[in-house]
Ligand binder design. Structure first.
Ligand SMILES: O=C(O)C(=O)C[C@]1(C(=O)O)C=C[C@@H](O)C=C1
Length: 363
């Protein structure tokens, strides 16, 4: 055996021993998760809540904080994300509805938020995601709410207004679009298909690189990839994963007009999320039509030093020229300071709906 072979054998023996220890510990952790499930269902409780986003956020934050290994914090957190995902599946398999088909950015964000032991349930519209959760076909739903270059996703906003579902988590995804097709050359492409948002995000690029091509919006990018699989004159805009899944050639990468392209997704469900120590609260209000009414409401937060991270206005679907505001603030609705502010906001609003409090994402 050469010295190199000897060195490799020695270090691999060390790795084998470490893996054995890790495996024993993961097994012990899984037993603890089973005990947690027993406690949650004690006394025949039928409405036990197994998925606890606040606890998951705390675990992942602690992993990142104590990480002083050679692995980056994010990589370490991802490993623990997977361990917890398997532990949760042992307690109860969790089904999450998302805008499919498989390979969509929504699918990628389901895996990012819940890990790969989740039962990912693709549906064909954002409305259907909400419906699946309302009807109990899925435990949770995951929907895009805002993109850094294209703005808000209206159908998600409409459903958040319409349904009684709560927001229980937030996950952000960096979006990098690829152009993919059965064809290998731009010249063969007659039409570009993608979700409206993706077409908007790549508008300039399409004009510059495929000036003669038609453009058609379809329900999702992954559906576009599926269509391109069946027709070589089509090119889809979708993720690298979608190209793999639908066996398409990637003609171009990073075709988004603004490279800092992020989409924020929310987890919606029926449960209320407990405080995690670093949370956001989201609400919808509409104000009375009088001078200073909005300022009056916003002061409820500012005078208590509550940080508002987002305010978006949109026309109300009820009354022409009436506006509703989607507001995000830092804090949990049960924090004394925020609770007081929210109570005051409610009294000053013509319409008030609390969408929920959820952990600031550690991933
Ligand atoms: O602490 C709990 O409530 C658990 O169920 C355990 C656990 C974990 O594996 O750490 C698993 C699933 C929950 O979403 C949160 C945490």
């Amino acid at each position: 055996m050469t010295t190199e072979q000897q060195q490799l054998t020695d270090i691999r023996n060390q790795i084998d021993e470490i893996d054995r220890q890790i495996q024993v510990l993961i097994g012990e952790r899984a037993k603890c998760a089973q005990k947690v499930a027993d406690i949650k269902t004690q006394g025949g409780k039928v409405d036990a809540v197994f998925y606890r986003p606040e606890r998951e956020a705390q675990v992942l934050r602690a992993v990142k904080e104590r990480n002083d290994s050679v692995l980056p914090d994010e990589s370490m957190a991802k490993l623990f994300r997977e361990i917890m995902s398997a532990c949760l599946a042992l307690e109860q398999p969790v089904t999450v509805a998302y805008l499919g088909p498989e390979g969509s950015y929504s699918h990628a964000s389901v895996l990012k938020q819940f890990g790969s032991s989740v039962v990912a349930h693709p549906v064909s519209t954002i409305e259907a995601v909400f419906e699946a959760v309302e009807k109990g076909e899925a435990n949770y739903g995951l929907v895009p709410v805002e993109n850094s270059s294209e703005g808000v996703v209206k159908s998600s906003q409409n459903e958040l207004m319409r349904t009684r579902l709560k927001v229980s988590g937030e996950v952000e995804m960096e979006i990098h679009h690829c152009l993919m097709s059965q064809s290998l050359e731009h010249a063969q492409i007659k039409k570009v298909v993608a979700h409206q948002q993706a077409l908007g995000q790549c508008e300039q690029w399409i004009k510059n690189h495929l000036p003669g091509a038609e453009v058609e919006a379809v329900e999702s990018n992954a559906l576009a990839a599926k269509m391109a699989q069946a027709d070589a004159t089509l090119a889809a805009i979708a993720s690298e994963e979608a190209a793999q899944l639908y066996q398409l050639n990637i003609l171009d990468r990073h075709i988004e007009d603004y490279h800092d392209n992020n989409t924020k997704f929310w987890v919606v469900g029926k449960d209320i999320t407990q405080p995690s120590g670093l949370d956001k609260t989201s609400l919808i209000i509409s104000i009375h039509n009088k001078a200073g009414a909005l300022l009056d409401v916003l002061e409820c937060f500012s005078k208590r030093n509550i940080n508002m991270t987002r305010i978006i206005s949109r026309p109300s679907t009820e009354k022409t020229w009436d506006y509703v505001f989607f507001i995000d603030v830092i804090g949990h609705k049960d924090d004394a300071n925020l609770k007081e502010a929210l109570d005051e906001v409610e009294t000053k609003s013509a319409f008030y709906k609390l969408l929920g409090s959820f952990p600031v994402s550690p991933l």
